[in-house]
Write a protein that binds this ligand. Structure first.
Ligand code: S3P
Length: 172
């Protein structure tokens, strides 16, 4: 069975959906941001502030390469993983790449909390965040399976959709 790779914009629910999905099957949950935090021994805000974004992107690619080698894994990725084609190629070599697609209003309702741990949201206006969201859409659309998320969907609802799509839960 191929891995389940979760992509999508910041605060689209990848981490929560990954956790919910891991409870419903016997796949191992991996988070590429957590891998970077562990290898660098500092949080994402500190990496961006001290080393810059391109350093983070290189560390992220190294994490992606390691993550893609794992078997039977749910791999939750950082929202910018789609920016490098090689990341998606690695992830796709062993997994199906799902795109979690809530609308921008759902993201906007989470910004205040999300900005605390996300340097690319901190200090940004809602228009700037929306512009980044829109610029990223073509990259996400290039993933394998789009999972449209409605505002009332719980992480468990979305996890079930993905596991059904993946063939782990039987389609009714
Ligand atoms: C980023 C998303 C973040 C994290 C970093 C950069 C991005 O992950 O990797 O702050 O460029 O979209 P989440 O999508 O989990 O917030």
């Amino acid at each position: 069975m191929k891995n389940i790779v979760l992509t999508g914009f910041m605060a689209s629910g990848k981490t929560e959906v990954g956790k919910a999905a891991a409870k419903l099957c016997d796949y191992t949950l991996i988070d590429t941001d957590d891998m970077v935090i562990e290898t660098e021994n500092k949080d994402i805000n500190t990496i961006f502030a001290e080393n810059g974004e391109s350093y983070f992107r290189n560390a992220e690619t190294a994490a992606v390469k390691r993550a893609a080698k794992t078997e039977k894994a749910i791999i939750s990725t950082g929202g910018g993983v789609v920016l490098r084609r090689e990341n998606i190629e690695f992830l796709r070599s062993t997994g199906i790449v799902y795109y979690l697609a809530p609308d921008f209003d759902t993201i906007a309702s989470r910004i205040e909390k999300a900005a605390q741990t996300r340097p690319l949201m901190k200090g940004q206006s809602i228009d700037e965040i929306k512009r980044r969201f829109e610029d990223r859409i073509p990259f996400y659309e290039n993933c394998d399976v789009k999972i449209v998320i409605s505002p009332t969907d719980t992480p468990e609802d979305i996890a079930k959709k993905i596991l059904t799509e993946h063939g782990i839960i039987e389609r009714k």
